[in-house]
Ligand binder design. Sequence first.
Ligand SMILES: Nc1nc2c(ncn2[C@@H]2O[C@H](COP(=O)(O)OP(=O)(O)O)[C@@H](O)[C@H]2O)c(=O)[nH]1
Ligand SMILES: [Mg+2]
Length: 212
Amino acid sequence: MVIKAVKDFFKRIFSGIKTKKEIKLGFYGPPNAGKTSLANRICKDFTGEEIGKVSKIPHETRNVQFKEKVEIDYKGKKLTFKLIDTPGIATKIDYEDFLKYSMRKKEAKKRAKEATQGVIESIKWLDDMDVVVIVLDSTENPYNQVNITIIGNLVARKIPVLIVANKIDLSKSDIKKIESAFPEYNVIGISARYGDNLDEFYDSVFKLIKKG
Ligand SMILES: Nc1nc2c(ncn2[C@@H]2O[C@H](COP(=O)(O)OP(=O)(O)O)[C@@H](O)[C@H]2O)c(=O)[nH]1
Ligand SMILES: [Mg+2]
């Protein structure tokens, strides 16, 4: 009896702590999909600050970067997040691909090396996530090794996933193709650059947390 009471007491305390802690929300996906653009937009809306630099050159984000205690207020509900922006995951990183961005060979080689380490870092952090938003460029073919590997990893770890089809402002954008590639997931079309359809995004994030 006494033991049970003590146990219940601790259970209550720990579950209290659990509900108060930040929800770790990671932005994952291939390079250039718009992970940082989306993380920045959310951060800017709720804290006035940004997380990191956006660039048209792939692998701009080469270290995991985060913003803590981001209180997101959506339709009267409030949740506190730690937003984690990760380096793009790629299966092939070749320094020669950076040369076309008028980068010097030395700089391109350094970037390729850092980008490779970034991929490892991204995967390492997966274990830490409460929820993951996979950001895909909806103008690109979603059927590829990277996307399948990321999603497979999340399923194995039982981490709730939301797929974002970004860049819907572009005429080449094809949300349906992403939906048919990943039929068991909720796919939300947005434009991180212009802030289109973010309401539906927040709605899905909040629902996912309630479920998880
Ligand atoms: N047209 C369009 N471009 C975007 C959008 N989101 C990001 N971009 C561009 O895509 C490129 C990569 O964005 P970034 O956020 O750095 O991608 P990350 O590598 O996934 O973090 C940049 O040139 C962005 O301006 C979007 O919604 N629409
Ligand atoms: Mg980035």
